[in-house]
Design a protein around this ligand. Structure first.
Ligand SMILES: [Zn+2]
Length: 679
């Protein structure tokens, strides 16, 4: 062999090595390990295994029923038709696209959930289904990287007509965003490049598109999951052009003439001071902007994010963490004399303190978006106030979107339901197995539950953060590369006693940061039987620095009394009403938990009521209910708007409150979260 031949062989060998060599990185769900402006990063996927308790139970339901059920929906040609759309787009079948234009993205979310599940259980069947589906997606993708089954199928039939990115309601970038996120996670979990290579081709296509697009086409960003997706692609591949693309995507918002508040692009992002418009789109935008900040340190982004976060948390968020009060509305509402300035909004944030209960929209995806946003804010800052909102939303507004059985879903999450309300709303108030045209929420909530173990811990240069609590085993490495293993035992959120055992620790000291929930005013932290002297402040992390060793035991006791919550009086829908909370869990009252002759809307509670926690089981799920008594009125309100207040109540009844997220799992019910205070 001559020198040129040897050189060629060497080059081929080098190229092969380059193709197979994985991108160096840690394997967190959201990988901020190299992000220069993020204080925290996640542990690797698969490092946390649920053992017993609340999330172990939900995770098992995710494995045994949620994912199999969704898989059957999305591969059934009569329901989801998602798999069939890819088969037709790949030329393996004939027919038309069926389903909403964002169906591809929802299917990618399911693949993401399956991947997160595979990270834990390594089920070969799941792995094989993923491999097969990813091969199909690769076949459907156009050579130039474009992938969106409605357009690809159209192209087969009308090669001259179908064009990419012409209609912003085609949701192409939403689909691409979920493709990128799912593919990054798949690569981290499996080490395989199959899915990632599809996403690289697609992201390169998007990069080229934005380089050449007209301003009208460039504004094509409805429900921008791709901001998070593109940044995650940058974190995975270290390709600078993806970061350039992500920055550009934020910069071009609000620069066109016909932007809308509904889509958060009437005003440039950096000039926005309040949450507005469609709540899922908004929360995805905020999460994506937080991702861009993590890489760039552009404080004009966090300036807006901080203002908007305060607006949401202090004026526009339900007690459940739900976002998006309005089915339909107007913006800016009531502040302009010019009607032409007033725009329609839908599924949207409303005015300050405008939080109706019966007609709350509260899309489940908006709750997921709230979690995604607050998780990123937590990683940027290490500030426990973001973990508080995450926890609140996870236990309440997110989980109410799925039945305890794991096979039925809500699109909207009202805080009150009455059969007497004389109009029908657009979306069912009973959970259904397939939402139909708007099935975005089911795979979103299922991926969140599949991935929840990844939110429990964070890493910083100083050590380990405990963000959420639940029975689990952690086996990870600290930022300095040293191994640490910790077992956590608890019946949280039903009981505030949490026990940690260190099973392996490095020889050098490191800090453990325990989150003191904002709702807990009486916490104790005990190390090897001795109470610590450090101050435990609600809503902050408590740092314990020590040279930990195997066998060390830490106890965290979070007092969890039943509490009554009232709302700002400007929130007129809840005047003179109370909501009941215990720990992070919001409670409600439903008709299945009161005597048959009582009506949910006729009940009122004393603000001094003694509610007793008791273990209950609803649809095979272990919960804690609260039992007590309520005053009852028997007024018949039919066709009556007003009446004189009766001289006295009709007596008292025994009631049982249940966690809000578990409402509606005992058949069709009426339900109320904000309950009037007794006269
Ligand atoms: Zn949704």
């Amino acid at each position: 062999m001559n020198a040129i031949g040897k050189l060629s062989l060497l080059m081929i060998g080098f190229l092969l090595l380059a193709v197979e060599k994985p991108f160096a990185q840690s394997n967190g769900l959201v990988n901020t390990s190299q992000s220069p402006y993020a204080k925290l990063s996640g542990v690797d996927m698969g490092n946390v295994q649920w053992t017993t308790g609340f999330w172990a139970e939900r995770f098992k339901a995710c494995q045994d029923s949620m994912i199999p059920h969704l898989w059957s929906v999305y591969t059934d040609p009569k329901m989801g038709h998602a798999m069939q759309n890819f088969e037709i787009a790949a030329g393996l079948d004939t027919g038309a696209h069926v389903g909403p234009p964002f169906q591809d993205g929802d299917f990618y979310k399911l693949l993401e959930a399956m991947t997160a599940m595979y990270a834990i259980n390594k089920d070969p069947k799941l792995g094989a289904e993923l491999d097969k589906t990813i091969a199909l997606i690769a076949k459907a993708q156009r050579a130039d990287g474009y992938i969106h089954t409605p357009t690809l199928i159209d192209e087969h039939q009308h090669p001259d007509k179908a064009k990419a990115f012409e209609d912003r309601l085609n949701f192409e970038t939403y689909n691409l965003g979920h493709l990128m996120t799912a593919a990054c996670i798949h690569y981290r979990v499996t080490g395989k490049r199959t899915f990632l290579d599809i996403a690289i081709k697609a992201t390169d296509y998007l990069y080229r598109f934005y380089k050449t697009a007209s301003p009208e086409l460039a504004r094509n960003a409805i429900c921008p999951s791709h901001y998070m997706g593109v940044v995650e692609m940058y974190r995975t591949t270290h390709d600078q052009k993806y970061l350039e693309l992500a920055k550009n995507l934020i910069d071009i918002r609000g620069l066109m003439k016909d932007g809308t508040d509904d889509n958060q692009d009437r005003i440039p992002f950096r000039q926005q001071t309040a949450a507005m418009g469609h709540a899922v789109r908004a929360n995805y935008l905020y999460a994506g902007a937080a991702d861009v900040f993590a890489e760039t340190g552009d404080t004009t982004l966090t300036h807006t994010l901080n203002l908007v976060w305060n607006d949401v948390v202090n004026r526009k968020m339900y007690i459940t963490g739900g976002c998006g009060a309005l089915y339909d509305g107007a913006s800016p509402d009531g502040t302009s004399y010019l009607l032409k300035d007033v725009q329609e909004i839908h599924q949207a944030y409303g005015r300050d303190y405008q939080l109706p209960n019966f007609t709350a929209h509260n899309e489940t995806c908006a709750s997921v978006g709230n979690v995604l946003w607050n998780w990123r804010m937590l990683q940027l800052t290490g500030d426990a106030k973001y973990a508080d909102i995450m926890e609140l939303t996870l236990y309440n507004g997110m989980l109410s979107g799925i039945s305890l059985s794991g096979t039925k879903y809500l699109y909207t999450n009202p805080l009150s339901v009455s059969d007497d309300l004389p109009f029908q709303q657009r979306w069912s108030k009973d959970r259904v197995g397939y939402i139909g045209y708007s099935d975005c929420c089911p795979p979103n909530v299922v991926r969140t539950i599949a991935e929840l173990s990844n939110y429990v811990y964070s890493l910083s240069d100083k050590g380990l953060y405990f963000n959420l609590y639940g029975g689990n085993n952690l086996s990870t490495t600290l930022k300095n590369g040293k191994a640490v293993k910790i077992a956590e035992q608890t019946d949280y959120p039903w009981n505030g006693d949490i026990r940690f055992t260190v099973n392996e620790a490095p020889e050098t000291a490191f800090s453990m940061f325990f989150r003191m929930p904002g709702w807990c005013t009486d916490a104790k932290l005990i190390v090897n039987g001795k109470p610590t002297s450090i101050k435990l402040i609600p809503g902050e992390y408590a740092e314990l620095n020590a040279q930990w060793k195997a066998g060390d035991k830490i106890e965290l006791n979070l007092a969890m009394p039943v509490t009554m919550v009232e709302a700002n009086p400007l929130l007129e829908e809840t005047r003179n009403q109370i909501a009941v909370k215990r720990g992070p869990v919001v409670y409600c009252i439903e008709s299945a938990g009161i005597p048959k002759d009582a009506k949910v809307l006729g009940l009122s509670l004393s603000s001094h009521i003694d509610l007793k926690p008791e273990k209950i089981v609803i649809d095979h799920s272990n919960l804690v209910g609260l039992s007590g008594t309520a005053s009852m009125q028997n007024t018949v309100w039919k066709n009556r708007l007003y009446q004189t207040v009766p001289a006295k109540d009709a007596g008292t009844v025994n009631i049982q409150l249940i966690p809000y997220f578990a409402w509606g799992n005992r058949g069709h019910v009426e339900m109320e979260t904000w309950i009037p205070v007794s006269r």
